[in-house]
Design a protein around this ligand. Structure first.
Ligand code: ATP
Ligand code: MG
Length: 757
């Protein structure tokens, strides 16, 4: 196959430029990922050993897809490329080399829940107030320190950090950090940040190891370079230091992980760090229609902080971007599900041609309900994924403990599961005994009589015997992951406990457990997996990112639901970008500065640029949040799009909208009167409320003149009927029954600023 024929001139240059540092910073859909794929195939065709190529991707799934494409050019050899996320590649290196740092090769990987649980234990042990030392805050500080390569000792010695912690009233933060690291180490466990942090330490303190990998990797490539943090950047740079064949591709306009420490500065540093750098620009977008590209360009041009780029496309003009207005979040779900249903039939598409993108995982509910009602198959990426469910984590807890008996968090999870009468006090006592004797928890429980005498130890001894029998299967008989997991699920009693629970939830949990066993069977049967051990299976599970899914490869024709963050790098024919409302997108929680607003806008840009043929953007006028119905304003980002590219969607839900908000009353124009897009989304220039200004025939009034039976309009709640006026001294209140599901509210009239006809 002549792969060079599928590239334009600058792309071809990038593929053929194999020696020396290379950077491609280019807009969305311009073929950056395609260049990396073809470049890797090209290198192998030029005789480079796949083992000598390191290719870092954003998700494991992206790595898998690239591997398949490379395979189609060069064949099976593609299997041997070192390819994956930073975390998975460095976890692999740490499995080989971790002994140098005192870890064994079967170390556990703690997920966020494990880290939090350990921190809770430590905060309690140090007698600190968990309302002050909030576990999320503490974990964030630790994560931040690790990502900046600050060790616990450096932390404790840093006057600046100490001062920050005193100001935040958490002066013991350094001590928590130190204890946390010691405990992870004793548990032979690394958390997610450790996978980068410990690799940095490994390369810093063991130059022979660094040297080995520096010579090994003749070529280092990084996709989505804009989202690497300092620690990732340093690792990449070190690994490429000998051969200096480093190629990074990215788009500063798509940098969306500043909150996790990704630093756009890396792109600028790259130019400084490599004086002989070749920079290639890609300007042609192959993904999207002219309209979509124009909208994307107009969005991002509002950001002050960006490198200059010119993106164009030779693709067709395409349809205008459609705006869908829904009365409520449920209606938004219904309108979009039925649009997908109709479009698929009309245009003969697949379900997998559609994606619904939202700002936060919590928004998925209304879409799930509506899709299910229409029997549309869908998959959710991220959110509370399969592997985060309790029953799954319970079995995985057992499996983790079989592989690594120092794993304190796995131990705490399973010691009394199913219930065997071992109480919290006993568990705490075991932990203390282990700490006092400077040995592992396993040492204590497998010799419990030595430590605690013969009384009341039967339950613990039984547990230890159970684990020992699992260990024999693993370490002596070398059974594969499936055989062990299957046996553990039965022998532990977990499977039986769920089987005996005949409630609907119990049944679902039982099925999930069976599903886990199926997944392990698939892993074992997959010819691509040479190592079928339990440890390897566990590692692959702990490294799944939010954007990865475990799914049946024969059943991929589904609508995709995911957050915009997870959608990075992907593309779909039809994209529904939903929940475009103030406070939701841009997210109120993230908005603290102009820089935050720019990051939200980049996120909006990422979302828009996922669409190939058609983009629809929706917002709801009210939605349930934190158990309350809240009225919503369309997002300011809608105002930022040039109205020439927009039109109002003619959706099946149209009638519902009209019933909800009569045209003559609200001043909103419905699709039947063919409004211009500008009319539809124009937000008042002053900081007044959208609904308020839109309704021209209501005027402000003196609160003293209001009476029962009058129609009023409120800035937030919309239209309503006054049911009664209550007077209490100087205080006047009105009980008002508001329309469109807002319901009855009692408002203080001096504040309410009501308008009347
Ligand atoms: P993003 O910034 O979103 O990650 P990207 O720059 O990585 O985008 P790709 O995903 O590599 O872009 O490419 C976008 C789409 O355009 C893909 O479907 C790809 O196959 C196609 N494409 C890229 N270059 C060409 C080309 N020269 N000819 C035909 N199609 C191309
Ligand atoms: Mg890409």
């Amino acid at each position: 196959m002549d792969y060079l024929a599928g590239l334009n001139e600058p792309q071809r240059q990038a593929v053929l430029h194999t020696e020396g540092p290379l950077m491609i910073i280019a807009g969305a859909g311009s073929g950056k990922t395609r260049v990396l794929t073809y470049r890797t195939a090209h290198l192998i065709q030029q005789g480079i050993d796949p083992f000598q190529i390191l290719l870092l991707t954003f998700t494991n799934k992206a790595a898998g897809e690239m591997r398949h494409r490379i395979e189609s050019v060069i064949g099976k050899e593609a299997k041997n490329i070192w390819m994956g996320t930073f975390h998975s590649v460095f976890a692999k290196i740490l499995r080989f080399e971790g002994e140098k740092l005192g870890y064994t090769s079967n170390f556990s990987i703690y997920d966020t829940d494990d880290s939090k649980s350990l921190l809770r234990t430590i905060i309690k042990e140090l007698n600190l107030d968990d309302k002050v030392y909030k576990v999320n805050l503490v974990l964030n500080r630790i994560s931040g320190a690790k990502n900046r390569l600050i060790s616990p000792e450096q932390y404790l010695n840093s006057a600046i950090l100490g001062e920050e912690d005193r100001m935040a009233r958490i002066p013991k933060m350094g001590e928590i950090y130190r204890t946390y690291c010691i405990r992870c180490f004793q548990a032979n466990a690394m958390d997610f940040d450790d996978l980068l942090y410990q690799t940095n330490i490994l390369f810093r303190d063991h130059l022979d190891v660094l040297n080995k990998y520096q010579h090994k990797f003749k070529h280092v490539m990084v996709d989505e370079f804009q989202d690497t943090n300092v620690s990732q950047y340093l690792l990449t740079k070190k690994l490429a230091a000998v051969h200096r064949n480093i190629c990074v591709v990215g788009d500063d306009a798509q940098s969306i992980y500043a909150f996790r420490g990704a630093d756009i500065q890396n792109i600028l540093n790259f130019e400084r760090d490599y004086a002989d750098l070749t920079t290639i620009k890609l300007e042609e977008n192959y993904r999207s229609t002219k309209n979509i590209v124009a909208v994307a360009n107009s969005i991002i041009s509002r950001n002050k902080n960006q490198l200059e780029k010119n993106v164009f496309t030779s693709n067709e003009i395409g349809d205008q971007i459609e705006i869908i207005r829904a009365g409520s979040d449920n209606e938004e779900g219904r309108m979009i599900a039925s649009t997908i249903f109709e479009t698929k039939q009309k245009e003969g598409l697949h379900w997998s041609d559609f994606a619904i993108l939202y700002r936060t995982n919590a928004q998925s509910r209304s879409f799930e309900e509506s899709l299910r009602r229409l029997n549309i198959k869908y998959r959710i990426i991220g959110g509370l994924s399969f592997y985060q469910r309790k029953e799954i984590k319970d079995v995985l807890g057992y499996l983790r403990f079989v592989v690594n008996q120092q794993d304190e968090e796995a131990f705490k999870r399973i010691i009394n599961l199913p219930k065997r009468g071992i109480g919290d006090t006993t568990i705490a006592k075991i932990a203390v005994t282990a700490a006092e004797n400077n040995c592992s928890i396993w040492d204590v429980i497998s010799n419990i009589q030595t430590y605690q005498g013969a009384r009341g130890t039967a339950a613990i001894e039984n547990f230890a015997d159970l684990i020992k029998s699992f260990k024999i299967m693993t370490e002596v008989e070398h059974k594969d992951a499936y055989e062990i997991a299957n046996h553990v699920a039965k022998a532990s009693g977990l499977l039986r406990e769920l089987y005996e629970d005949k409630t609907v939830e119990g049944l679902a949990r039982y099925q999930n457990l069976q599903e886990l066993l199926n997944a392990i069977k698939q892993f074992v049967d997959d010819p691509e997996n040479e190592d079928k051990s339990l440890a390897t299976f566990l590692q692959s599970v702990s490294l799944l990112t939010n954007a990865d899914t475990q799914e049946d490869p024969n059943d991929r024709d589904k609508v995709t639901l995911m957050t915009v963050h997870s959608a990075k790098g992907l593309e779909f024919k039809h994209v529904f970008l939903v929940g475009l409302e103030e406070d939701l997108f841009p997210s109120q929680m993230m908005l603290q500065s102009q820089a935050d607003l720019e990051e939200e806008r980049r996120l909006f840009y990422v979302a828009v640029t996922r669409a190939e043929k058609k983009l629809m953007i929706s917002y709801a006028e009210s939605r349930y949040q934190f158990g309350r119905l809240k009225s919503c304003e369309p997002s300011r980002f809608l105002d930022e799009i040039d109205s020439a590219y927009l039109k109002m969607a003619k959706t099946p839900g149209k009638k519902e909208v009209q019933a909800f908000r009569p045209v003559q009353k609200t001043g909103f124009v419905s699709s039947s009167t063919s409004p211009s897009a500008a009319q539809l989304i124009q937000k008042p220039k002053q900081n007044t409320n959208y609904q308020h200004v839109a309704s021209s025939n209501f005027i402000p009034t003196d609160p003293l003149k209001l009476e029962a039976g009058q129609q009023v309009e409120h800035q937030k709640f919309g239209f309503g009927l006054i049911k009664k006026i209550e007077i209490n001294g100087a205080e006047r209140k009105a009980v008002i029954d508001f329309e469109k599901g807002v319901g009855e509210k009692t408002l203080l009239l001096s504040f309410a600023k009501l308008m009347v006809k």
